[in-house]
Ligand binder design. Structure first.
Ligand SMILES: [Zn+2]
Length: 126
Protein backbone atom coordinates (compact mmCIF):
# COMPACT_ATOMS: atom_id res chain seq x y z
CA UNK A 1 0.00 0.00 0.00
CA UNK A 2 1.30 3.38 -0.97
CA UNK A 3 1.61 5.91 1.84
CA UNK A 4 0.07 9.26 0.98
CA UNK A 5 1.80 12.50 1.90
CA UNK A 6 0.28 15.81 2.94
CA UNK A 7 0.25 18.09 -0.12
CA UNK A 8 1.50 21.05 1.93
CA UNK A 9 4.07 19.71 4.40
CA UNK A 10 4.76 16.21 2.94
CA UNK A 11 4.33 14.46 6.29
CA UNK A 12 3.29 10.84 5.67
CA UNK A 13 -0.23 9.74 6.55
CA UNK A 14 1.14 7.26 9.10
CA UNK A 15 2.75 10.07 11.13
CA UNK A 16 1.41 9.91 14.68
CA UNK A 17 -1.68 12.06 15.16
CA UNK A 18 -1.92 13.01 11.49
CA UNK A 19 -4.99 12.66 9.32
CA UNK A 20 -5.48 13.78 5.74
CA UNK A 21 -8.61 15.53 4.55
CA UNK A 22 -10.30 14.89 1.18
CA UNK A 23 -7.95 17.39 -0.47
CA UNK A 24 -4.87 15.57 0.83
CA UNK A 25 -3.97 18.25 3.41
CA UNK A 26 -3.16 17.17 6.96
CA UNK A 27 -4.83 18.29 10.16
CA UNK A 28 -1.61 20.03 11.25
CA UNK A 29 -1.58 22.25 8.16
CA UNK A 30 -5.29 22.93 8.49
CA UNK A 31 -5.05 24.04 12.10
CA UNK A 32 -1.78 25.99 11.98
CA UNK A 33 -2.14 29.02 9.76
CA UNK A 34 0.79 31.21 8.86
CA UNK A 35 0.92 34.40 10.85
CA UNK A 36 1.72 37.61 9.08
CA UNK A 37 4.94 39.19 10.32
CA UNK A 38 4.01 42.50 11.88
CA UNK A 39 7.48 43.89 12.35
CA UNK A 40 10.12 44.11 15.01
CA UNK A 41 8.30 46.74 17.07
CA UNK A 42 5.18 44.59 17.38
CA UNK A 43 7.34 41.57 18.24
CA UNK A 44 9.06 43.55 21.01
CA UNK A 45 5.72 44.84 22.26
CA UNK A 46 4.44 41.26 22.56
CA UNK A 47 7.62 40.02 24.23
CA UNK A 48 7.79 42.91 26.69
CA UNK A 49 4.12 42.39 27.54
CA UNK A 50 4.97 38.85 28.63
CA UNK A 51 8.17 39.83 30.43
CA UNK A 52 6.32 42.40 32.56
CA UNK A 53 4.64 39.49 34.32
CA UNK A 54 8.04 38.04 35.32
CA UNK A 55 10.05 40.89 36.85
CA UNK A 56 12.37 38.61 38.88
CA UNK A 57 13.57 36.53 35.95
CA UNK A 58 17.22 35.68 35.33
CA UNK A 59 16.75 35.34 31.59
CA UNK A 60 14.28 36.79 29.13
CA UNK A 61 14.03 33.67 26.99
CA UNK A 62 15.64 30.41 25.93
CA UNK A 63 17.32 29.99 22.59
CA UNK A 64 17.98 26.48 21.34
CA UNK A 65 21.45 26.52 19.84
CA UNK A 66 22.57 23.77 17.46
CA UNK A 67 25.81 25.36 16.32
CA UNK A 68 24.45 25.87 12.83
CA UNK A 69 23.91 29.21 11.14
CA UNK A 70 20.14 29.45 11.72
CA UNK A 71 20.20 29.12 15.50
CA UNK A 72 23.41 31.17 15.74
CA UNK A 73 21.74 33.95 13.78
CA UNK A 74 18.68 33.70 16.04
CA UNK A 75 20.88 34.05 19.11
CA UNK A 76 22.59 37.07 17.55
CA UNK A 77 19.20 38.61 16.66
CA UNK A 78 17.81 38.09 20.16
CA UNK A 79 20.86 39.71 21.78
CA UNK A 80 21.83 42.43 19.31
CA UNK A 81 18.52 43.43 17.75
CA UNK A 82 15.91 42.64 20.40
CA UNK A 83 18.25 43.49 23.31
CA UNK A 84 17.08 40.48 25.31
CA UNK A 85 19.05 38.36 27.76
CA UNK A 86 18.67 34.74 26.62
CA UNK A 87 19.92 31.48 28.05
CA UNK A 88 21.34 29.42 25.20
CA UNK A 89 20.57 25.71 25.40
CA UNK A 90 22.62 23.16 23.50
CA UNK A 91 21.84 19.44 23.37
CA UNK A 92 24.93 17.24 23.18
CA UNK A 93 24.10 13.82 21.78
CA UNK A 94 27.70 12.65 22.19
CA UNK A 95 28.14 12.70 18.42
CA UNK A 96 28.62 16.41 17.94
CA UNK A 97 31.53 17.40 15.66
CA UNK A 98 34.28 19.43 17.32
CA UNK A 99 33.66 22.30 14.90
CA UNK A 100 30.05 22.51 16.05
CA UNK A 101 31.10 22.67 19.70
CA UNK A 102 33.60 25.36 18.78
CA UNK A 103 30.88 27.34 16.97
CA UNK A 104 28.57 27.14 19.97
CA UNK A 105 31.23 28.22 22.44
CA UNK A 106 32.45 30.99 20.12
CA UNK A 107 28.93 32.38 19.64
CA UNK A 108 28.03 32.46 23.34
CA UNK A 109 31.40 34.00 24.21
CA UNK A 110 31.12 36.75 21.60
CA UNK A 111 27.53 37.54 22.57
CA UNK A 112 28.20 37.17 26.33
CA UNK A 113 25.39 34.65 26.74
CA UNK A 114 25.16 31.92 29.38
CA UNK A 115 25.10 28.39 27.95
CA UNK A 116 23.36 25.32 29.34
CA UNK A 117 24.53 22.05 27.81
CA UNK A 118 22.13 19.13 28.06
CA UNK A 119 23.86 15.78 27.54
CA UNK A 120 22.11 12.61 26.49
CA UNK A 121 23.72 9.88 28.56
CA UNK A 122 21.57 7.15 27.03
CA UNK A 123 23.65 7.20 23.87
CA UNK A 124 26.81 6.19 25.73
CA UNK A 125 27.87 2.57 26.05
CA UNK A 126 27.48 1.10 29.49
ZN1 LIG B 1 0.54 19.04 6.32
Amino acid sequence: MEIRLCKKCILPENYEGLSLDDDGVCNFCNTNKLKKYQGKEKLLEDINGILLHHPDRTYDCLVGLSGGRDSTFLLWYVVQELKLKPLAVFVDSGFIPVQTLNNVNHAVTLLDVDLEVVSHEYLKKW
